[in-house]
Design a protein around this ligand. Structure first.
Ligand code: HEC
Length: 135
């Protein structure tokens, strides 16, 4: 008798979790268009920008939310209200270097500001160069 009721409790729990995993809404909103100041828009990636160096910075600072391939599926992404973006998409890659620079280092809301954590302009461009390899 005891075993049976334990089984029922356990079964109810398992069933409950299965139902919950479907019921929890995937309500991550998409970020709207970015308002990027002209002085950033016109920034150009320097010729020597090194994507390999940028990858190390990506792993350290960005991967946790954006994911290894920039699909917006890092381990922290599920806790965000805003979708971090799909860096493989033509829409994302179609943006100017300076726009990606602004998004990456100035940020907004849930996208953190990295101006202090990544102060060196060469490092920043290496990171943008790595982001360009994600397409
Ligand atoms: C705490 C999680 C988190 C971390 C860490 C993070 N980001 Fe983001 N990022 C976001 C979110 C959320 C958005 C979407 C923000 C919005 O649209 O308002 C975003 C947006 C962006 C965008 C614009 C995406 C688009 O589709 O327009 C770029 C570029 C970007 N991040 C680069 C970076 C870089 C580079 C790093 C590391 C230096 C980084 N992010 C670290 C959460 C994060």
């Amino acid at each position: 008798m005891k075993t049976k009721s334990l089984f029922i409790v356990l079964a109810a729990f398992v069933l409950g979790s299965v139902i919950m995993s479907f019921a929890v809404p995937q309500d991550q909103k998409k970020g709207g268009p970015w308002n990027v100041p002209a002085e950033y828009k016109s920034k150009k990636m320097p010729a020597g920008a090194d994507a390999t160096q940028g990858k190390a910075l990506w792993s350290l600072h960005c991967k946790s939310c954006h994911g290894g391939a920039g699909l917006g599926d890092g381990p922290k992404a599920a806790n965000l209200k805003t979708f971090p973006g799909n860096f493989k998409s033509a829409e994302f890659q179609g943006q100017a270097d300076g726009v990606i620079y602004y998004q990456s280092f100035v940020g907004r809301e849930e996208m953190p500001n990295y101006e202090k954590k990544i102060p060196d302009d060469e490092d920043r461009w290496n990171l943008v160069a790595f982001i360009r390899t994600l397409k």
